[in-house]
Structure formats: structure tokens, C-alpha cells
Design a binder for this molecule. Structure first.
Ligand SMILES: [Zn+2]
Length: 478
């Protein structure tokens, strides 16, 4: 099996020292952390070509792709898991967008490269270079299979905002020019009069424009050459799930801030309402900052809050009506976003604009009088995620309607990365290293993936030997 998709272990020199990560850890098991740190400077690598050639017969057999119209829509994605606060475990994977029924399954996302390290441009540039070269070749020359058919490769990219910004060589999200797709500035982010359409393209942000002698400069905010230039900028699709989750966090913060300002943060009522909708939730006081923190909810629980949480437990009747509408309408937007068949992009664009109008509901009447009706939020409360939701997601829906925005979700990638790190970076493996002399967790992850792929494909590929005859080949160089 490792002959079909060979595993290489890359050694990366000049690794910059890592700094403390200012985010909550995703994985905190001390045994796992200690092991991951040992692999700094190493990366495991599968060639895209080898992966594609291996999965191709099954895709053809299932009529996902066909030789008469030999096109493969290939999605590349990246994800970094926080392993304690010291390091990230990063994977870059590919999947076949055409295989839409399997797109949500982690096992249909194939690891190209994995490594522990910092999520930064310099390291990612080193790690991604072999992928970029291979992808260029695949896009320019196509993929020739064993029958001589040449497949055209259409590449896409999808990840959370941070990863995508690094790959695009784009500046930090809090910068003045915050959007990789349009020229909107922080000052204009909440300006309802300003029309923000996708205006940039990869040609404008390519290295030629970073040349000091060039008269044409790259657009503001594009501070470094993009790392995967063969992918067209309109094929960089932001992960809709992150947009939803970050907007949830922000709407929740806005509600909590408001309650604090009014001295109405009744924590017991919020906890009781969370319990009513069957969500375990608590507040606690951080000692150093004397501030209240609360449980950070997982995606599924956030959905339930969007749908069912009644802000009537903490706000007055008029204000509750507004806030409940804002949350429930947002949930409806999220549902519509995922079901692009019943909801055309133009309709979604209108719904998103209406939702933003609701977000901007102004106050009415004189403050401190009986008729005063408090509004919601201000233009400066618009975040970059809200900007993308309202201005760009409808366009992505339209362009990539064939697959739907859900096909660009990164949750299977996150799950895969999380599970792989938790399972393989442990001091003692479950089998006690009986069969395999333990040398490299990175190698073992890719080897395990190869075996899983083999089992998944064996229904259609019977020319390979039976599973019990597979032996581990110690191809790892370390
Ligand atoms: Zn924009």
C-alpha cells in the first residue's frame, strides 16, 4: 500500500523558534504535547498525484467523475490545531469536490502534508513549496492515469480566515485593508452605501507586483507573494462554518457587553435558560483580570442557541423581540446558506442584507422616557465575518453552486487533524509497538491513512492483495 501512495518524511531546517499561542488549546493531553514537540522540524508528505491515482478507479466506478468529461475538481484545505499553547499541528489535505456525498466525511479528505510548528508564512512557505510545484504541474499538464486518460484539474482552496490569509500572503485581519477579495477598509466596513464586490484577482497579487521596479504595485494589504498562485482568487472560498461560529461569538459578546453596561448580567438566568435548551453552561471569574468568562460552546450547541435561546430572560419585552429576531433570522440565513438548491444566491443576498438592516436597527424616541425603544448595533460593530457574509458569500454561492457552500466546510479537516493528533502522538501506542518499531508518529499517521484508504477502496480494487498480507514497510528516513 505504501508503494501506491509513498510516504516521504521531510526535514525542515532553519525552523524559526515558536512562541506562545494566544488561543485556547484544542489538545492539552501532556503526553501528546510532549510527543508533538519532538517532531518540530519534520513533516510527512504524500504526493497529490499518488493520492489521485489511487482514488481514481473508485471515483470512476461510482460515476463521480467520468472519462468522457475528464475533469477533477480538487479542493485543497489547511488546518492548525493548538496543541497546548506551545505549538500547532498543521495539516494540508485534498478532497474531491465532485464526490459530494462523501465531502463531509473526514476519511475522504486525504493528507498531503502534516507537521507540528507555527502557523506562519515563513514555515508554511517551506512546507507548501512541494505542493505548489506539484499543483502547478497538475493544472498545467493534467493528470495522466494508467489508461492514458488525461484529467483536467480544477483547484480550489478553503480554510479558516487565518490560514487562508497566510496562504494568500495577506495581512492581519485587524489591518486597515482587511478583506482578501475587495478593497473595503476598516472605516467603511459598516457603510451601507458602499458596494463591496469581489474586485481583486490572483494576477494582481502575484510576485511580479512585489518587484520594486514594477510600476504596478500589489493592492494594499497583500504584503507577501501568495503561496498557491495557480488557484484563482475566486476559487479561494472562505469556510462558511467559521463565519457562522465567529458571528455567533460576536453576537454573544455584544449581548453580554450590553448586559454588563446596564448592570443586568444575571448569570443565573442565563445559565437556567441554557439548561432549559439542554446546554451545559457556566460562568467563572478569571482571577488575574477580575472578569467573567463563560463556557465556550461547540458548533452544535451554538446552533441550538441561535434557534432556541430566549433573550427574554435578561432583556425587556421590546428589546427581546429585536434580539430574538436577530438571532433566529441569522439561524435561518445559516440554513438557507447550506441549502442552495431551494434558495437561489440572489435571494440569499437579499436575506443577508435584510439581516444587516435588522442588526443596524436604530433607537427610537428620547432616552429615559417611556416611549424610548432601544435599537441594536452601530456600523463599527460590523466585523470582517459579517462583511464577508453579506458582501461575498452570495457571490461564492453563485460561482460554486454546483457544489454548494457546504462543500467548502472545513469541519471534516479539523476533525481529522484533531483525531490524528490525539491518537498518534502518545508516548505509548495501544499495540505497545509490538509490530512496528516506534520511530515516527508522523509516518504512522500517513501509514494508517494509507491502510484506511486501502480498506475503503478494496471493494472496487480487488487486484491488490488481501489486507492480512499487508506489511508495514519502514520507509521513514528518520
Ligand atoms: Zn470584501
Amino acid at each position: 500500500m505504501n508503494n501506491a501512495i509513498p510516504i516521504s518524511i521531510l526535514n525542515v531546517t532553519d525552523q524559526p523558534s515558536f512562541t506562545s499561542i494566544d488561543e485556547n488549546p484544542d489538545i492539552n493531553d501532556p503526553k501528546v504535547v510532549e510527543e508533538v514537540l519532538k517532531y518540530i522540524g519534520k513533516a510527512g508528505y504524500h504526493k497529490i498525484t499518488d493520492i489521485l491515482l489511487f482514488v481514481l478507479p473508485d471515483l470512476i466506478e461510482r460515476h463521480v467523475i467520468n472519462q468522457d468529461n475528464s475533469i477533477i475538481n480538487l479542493r485543497i484545505s489547511g488546518d492548525g490545531r493548538n496543541v497546548s499553547r506551545k505549538v500547532k499541528h498543521i495539516i494540508i489535505i485534498c478532497t474531491i469536490l465532485d464526490d459530494i456525498v462523501n465531502i463531509y466525511k473526514a476519511e475522504h479528505h486525504y493528507t498531503i502534508i502534516l507537521f507540528p510548528g507555527n502557523e506562519n508564512y515563513i514555515l508554511l512557505q517551506k512546507m507548501i513549496t512541494p505542493i505548489a510545484h506539484e499543483l502547478n504541474d497538475l493544472v498545467l499538464n493534467g493528470l495522466k492515469d494508467l489508461n492514458g486518460t488525461v484529467w483536467k484539474i480544477n483547484p480550489y482552496f478553503s480554510s479558516d480566515w487565518k490560514f487562508m490569509a497566510i496562504v494568500l500572503g495577506f495581512n492581519a485581519p485587524n489591518s486597515r485593508y482587511f478583506c482578501p477579495w475587495c478593497f473595503c477598509t476598516k472605516e467603511d466596513i459598516g457603510n451601507r452605501q458602499k458596494v463591496c464586490i469581489i474586485k481583486k484577482n490572483m494576477h494582481q497579487i502575484k510576485p511580479a507586483f512585489f518587484n520594486n521596479n514594477s510600476t504596478v504595485k500589489s493592492p494594499p494589504g497583500h504584503t507577501k507573494p501568495p503561496l498557491l498562485q495557480i488557484i484563482s482568487l475566486d476559487y479561494y472560498v472562505s469556510d462558511e462554518l467559521h463565519i457562522i461560529l465567529r458571528i455567533w461569538d460576536w453576537l454573544w459578546d455584544l449581548a453580554i457587553q450590553e448586559l454588563k453596561m446596564k448592570n443586568q448580567l444575571t448569570k443565573t438566568k442565563i445559565i437556567a435558560e441554557m439548561n432549559r435548551i439542554k446546554i451545559s453552561f457556566s460562568f467563572w471569574q478569571e482571577q488575574e483580570i477580575q472578569n467573567w468568562s463563560h463556557t465556550s460552546l461547540m458548533g452544535g450547541d451554538k446552533e441550538i442557541v441561535f434557534k432556541n435561546f430566549n433573550f427574554g430572560v435578561v432583556f425587556n419585552e421590546k428589546h427581546t423581540f429585536l434580539i430574538n429576531c436577530l438571532w433566529q433570522n441569522f439561524y435561518q440565513l445559516y440554513i438557507n446558506m447550506k441549502s442552495n438548491e431551494t434558495n437561489p444566491p440572489s435571494q440569499f443576498a437579499n436575506q443577508a442584507k435584510k439581516w444587516l438592516d435588522l442588526f443596524f436597527t436604530p433607537s427610537q424616541g428620547e432616552p429615559n422616557t417611556i416611549n424610548f425603544k432601544m435599537g441594536l448595533y452601530r456600523p463599527k460593530d460590523v466585523t470582517l465575518y459579517i462583511h464577508v457574509l453579506v458582501n461575498h458569500l452570495p457571490k461564492f454561492m453563485e460561482w460554486h453552486q454546483k457544489f454548494g457552500l457546504g462543500a467548502f466546510s472545513c469541519s471534516p479537516v479539523e476533525k481529522k487533524n484533531h483525531d490524528q493528533v490525539s491518537a498518534f502522538f502518545q508516548k505509548t501506542m495501544k499495540d505497545g509497538g509490538k509490530d512496528i518499531e516506534r520511530k515516527s508518529a508522523i509516518f504512522e499517521i500517513l501509514h494508517y491513512e494509507n491502510r484506511s484508504l486501502y480498506f475503503a477502496q478494496k471493494g472496487t480494487i480487488d487486484k491488490y492483495p488481501k489486507p492480512q498480507h499487508i506489511h508495514v514497510k519502514k520507509k521513514s528516513k528518520n
